[in-house]
Design a binder for this molecule. Structure first.
Ligand code: MN
Ligand code: MN
Length: 414
């Protein structure tokens, strides 16, 4: 009976060669062996029970895990494509909180669409809100803790960051409205349960409202008794400059903007296989609890084996097709396929890599509840360790170690 290590070795070296002599050293040593490659009767691989081929077919790596995977890791894949929408006149939202995705303790995700002139009502919450615009243009308004307002129009690829408790609004502008993805810096946050201005006004006695705002009680006779959350509005009557003038405060403007435009990302890695572009508190100054990157991987390329020492990674998939394998102690290793609209989660310091499995550019975002982005590349670590120690540990020919990238390329082949 063939062992997995022999089969893997044979597959890896192709034709029988001198390498066969070392086959026993290659591959995954776990017993009993896992993977379809070890199945002797093909019938054992079939799935005669009930199934949804459309859904199952989307996750090839779940159906047929690599033989190096070790089953048993917490689920780190989910998708907005499978999240129910809350739809109101003007737009919709769907969310993935820790209730939906148990591993995601530090980040809750929201995918929101505001049609042309759809408004997400004036509100605030206990968590910080970071977002990336994925379509159209969104007009944001915010007031900071020193009474300094900002209004800005954010187009596709741009970000905003609203610190916890800072009140804000969102509006999709014409002609196409907007869509965006929010990351709250707490996995328990819910977009369906925020502090809404309508709720508070409706639950305050009219005489208190009159005293608070210096208006007659009658001014409040038509307030909505239910919240609006998302509602359909009209084309803004004022230009951006006019709104800004209308909102202006004697306290001035916030010293650092709460928005970040797509051309402001800093490229921190670029190779022939792609790039990593950064937005954290070093260049998006207000973003004190969320750090993010945009990763582009070209066909055939890979985000190299790496980990993040300072925070869990919540990732959101924008374009293309990819495959992620995560490694933990145990050992545990699990592989999942990712498509646009999917969400992944990698715990702090767990090893992982991302392969582009399609024939177009793969683009995803790495999002961290942290003030800055940090990473450690496996090749960089091995290249900058004692070579004889690495050769001895891994039983690799010492002379080959000088070929390992020593400049933390992030995207390989470099
Ligand atoms: Mn909000
Ligand atoms: Mn990563």
């Amino acid at each position: 009976m063939l062992s997995r290590r022999n089969i893997l070795a044979t597959a890896a070296v192709g034709a029988v060669s001198a390498a066969t002599a070392r086959a026993a050293d290659f591959g995954n040593p776990d017993q009993p062996p896992e993977g379809a490659v070890n199945v002797t009767n093909p019938k054992a691989l079939t799935d005669p029970g009930p199934q949804d081929p459309g859904l199952a077919g989307n996750e090839a790596a779940f159906q047929n895990p690599p033989a190096t995977d070790v089953n048993g890791m917490s689920q780190f894949w989910t998708s907005f494509n499978l999240a129910p929408k809350r739809i109101q006149n003007g737009g919709w939202a769907r969310q993935i909180t820790v209730d939906d995705f148990k591993i995601s303790s530090t980040i809750a995700g929201v995918n929101m669409r505001l049609g042309p002139n759809g408004v997400r009502e004036l509100h605030w919450h206990q968590q910080a809100e970071w977002a990336v615009v994925t379509a159209g243009v969104c007009r944001i308004t915010i007031l900071d803790q020193l009474g300094r307002p900002q209004v800005a129009d954010v187009a596709e690829g741009g970000l905003w960051y609203f610190p916890a408790g800072f009140p804000h609004s969102l509006q999709g502008l014409g002609p196409d409205g907007t869509e965006f993805v929010i990351a709250f810096d707490n996995g328990e946050s819910s977009e369906f349960n925020t502090l809404l201005v309508t709720d508070w006004i409706a639950h305050t006695p009219p005489e208190v409202l009159a005293k608070n705002f210096g208006l007659p009680e009658e001014a409040f006779k038509n307030i909505p008794v239910h919240n609006r959350w998302i509602y359909q509005s009209n084309t803004p009557a004022l230009s951006l400059a006019e709104v800004e003038a209308q909102m202006a405060s004697a306290a001035g403007k916030p010293p650092n903007p709460f928005v970040f435009y797509s051309d402001q990302f800093k490229t921190i890695h670029e190779t022939k296989s792609g790039s990593v572009r950064l937005a954290d508190s070093t260049n998006f100054l207000v973003s004190k609890t969320i750090a993010a990157t945009v990763v582009t991987i070209k066909p055939g390329g890979m985000r190299e084996m790496h980990w993040h020492p300072n925070a869990d990674e919540w990732n959101y998939w924008l374009k293309g097709e990819g495959r992620v394998t995560v490694f933990n102690t145990g050992p545990e290793a699990m592989t999942a396929n990712f498509h646009p609209g999917d969400v992944g989660y990698v715990k702090k310091a767990f090893g992982h890599y991302v392969e582009n499995t399609g024939d177009t550019d793969l683009v995803y975002m790495e999002v961290f509840k942290a003030d800055r982005f940090e990473e450690i590349g496996l090749s960089d670590w091995l290249a900058h360790s004692p070579k004889d120690m690495v050769a001895e540990t891994l039983n690799i020919d010492l002379s080959l170690l000088s070929q390992i990238p020593n400049d933390n390329p992030a995207l390989v082949p470099a």
